[in-house]
Ligand binder design. Structure first.
Ligand code: SF4
Length: 416
């Protein structure tokens, strides 16, 4: 698959750090199971949308789907998520058709935004053109980070590509940018006028020119997360090493401010250290590079049976009962089970049978969406406090005539 140097998906990076794109270009293409999983999910999603759109028969659909099902990364779970995505596209298309009977649904469209970004292009997963408006829908199969469509540069570049493609044919005034991320139940939408989007395109033109030439200043930020050269980037290392230079206040102990400062950086710092370690190992193993004071050795490994069948045969022949030689049968874990039987079936059959024990406490920034942690003891105390409060209220407020009588041990006779 061809990649643009200034890709839409990498735009948050090259818009902020213009030298990054040309440096990343020199790195070897690496794929990951996550990327391959995403590609497979996109193919299945596309198949489902095309089938929903009556582009082929049920038989063709099943034949093609069965081929995807044979792929190693396929799971029933994936089928459910792709089906949610396809259903959302279908609903949006049907809604558009209600208002604009000749609305168009276009799948996997190459979007060329090179008028604004040198040699820039990408692929729109689904486009709906109706009544002065184009909606660009992007299917995200990842679940690591919830992605918002609001002011999202990747989506805006797709939008510019969509306008370039269809502006001559339709009178488009508005563009809607939608991200569907079914594994996080995230549907994020953002609308702009075509005029506003073009103005944004004009504003990034000089930045894109700089990025295409590999010029400009390095700039560290959240956009570094997926940068291919993060492990060897000096600007990123400088930023991380700032922690070491942190000017702690006088006195023998760190104060709360010092610890908060360190906590703020722990996550990125650990990831960076790991990235540098992985990079150095790759250089040493695959490129014979030597780092002063370090050498490659064989790591510890655990013993394992060379041939499980032969092991079993030897033990049974010796006289051991086969039943004591196997591990007890074990159910699949929740995630593996959900993958094996699909999310919908899992919900239907097992939702009542799944419990969620309290998680261990973990320190996160205040901005984290999760509610604050309470130990089970705290929860019990809160509940007891609530009960005491309610008893006092009852003592004060309950009318003896309204059917409730407080007798003996109050706790046993509460009307709830
Ligand atoms: S890691 Fe370095 S090159 Fe990559 S985006 Fe960050 S600052 Fe730029």
């Amino acid at each position: 698959m061809a990649h643009a140097v200034l890709s839409a998906s990498g735009s948050s990076r090259w818009l902020a750090c213009t030298p990054s794109a040309r440096l990343e270009e020199k790195e070897p293409e690496k794929t990951s199971s996550f990327a391959e999983e995403g590609t497979l999910a996109h193919s299945i999603g596309e198949l489902m949308i095309r089938y929903n759109n009556n582009e082929f028969t049920k038989r063709t659909f099943n034949t093609r789907l069965n081929k995807f099902k044979k792929q190693e990364l396929f799971t029933n779970d994936m089928l459910d998520y792709c089906s949610s995505y396809a259903e959302i596209v279908r609903e949006k298309y049907l809604t558009a058709k209600k208002n604009t009977p000749d609305a168009q649904l276009i799948i996997e469209q190459k979007l060329d935004f090179s008028y604004f970004v040198p040699k820039g292009f990408g692929t729109g997963d689904a486009l709906i053109i109706a009544d002065n408006c184009i909606e660009v829908i992007d299917f995200k199969y990842g679940k690591g980070v919830e992605v918002s469509a609001v002011e999202n540069s990747q989506m805006k570049l797709y939008g510019l590509g969509a306008i370039a493609e269809y502006d001559m044919l339709y009178d488009i005034l508005e563009i809607r940018l939608t991200i569907v991320q079914p594994r996080l139940e995230n549907i994020s939408e953002f609308s702009m006028t075509v005029k506003g989007l073009r103005a944004w395109g004009d504003s990034i033109k000089p930045i894109a020119q700089k990025a295409f030439k590999g010029e400009g200043k390095f700039c560290v930020g959240l956009h570094c997360r997926f940068c291919k050269i993060k492990a060897k980037c000096k600007a990123y290392a400088d930023e991380q090493m700032e922690l070491a230079k942190y000017d702690f206040k006088q006195g023998p102990f760190l104060d709360d401010g010092d610890i908060t400062n360190i906590l703020n950086r722990v996550s990125d710092f650990k990831k960076w250290l790991k990235a540098v370690e992985d990079f150095a190992l790759d250089q040493a193993v695959n490129h014979g590079h030597e780092y002063p004071g370090y050498k490659l050795v064989e790591d510890r490994s655990n013993r394992k049976y060379a041939d499980q069948d032969k092991v079993l045969k030897a033990l049974v022949e010796y006289g051991y009962e086969e039943s004591i030689l196997h591990k007890p049968k074990e159910l699949l874990g929740i995630t593996a089970m959900q993958k094996a039987i699909g999310k919908k079936t899992f919900e239907e059959l097992l939702s009542e049978l799944v419990i969620k024990p309290q998680g261990k406490p973990t320190l996160v920034p205040q901005s984290d969406k999760r509610p604050s942690w309470h130990s089970e003891d705290d929860a019990k105390k809160d509940f007891e406090g609530f009960i005491d409060k309610e008893i006092n209220n009852l003592k004060k407020d309950v009318d003896p005539m309204d059917g409730y009588v407080l007798i003996g041990d109050l706790d046993d006779d509460l009307p709830f």
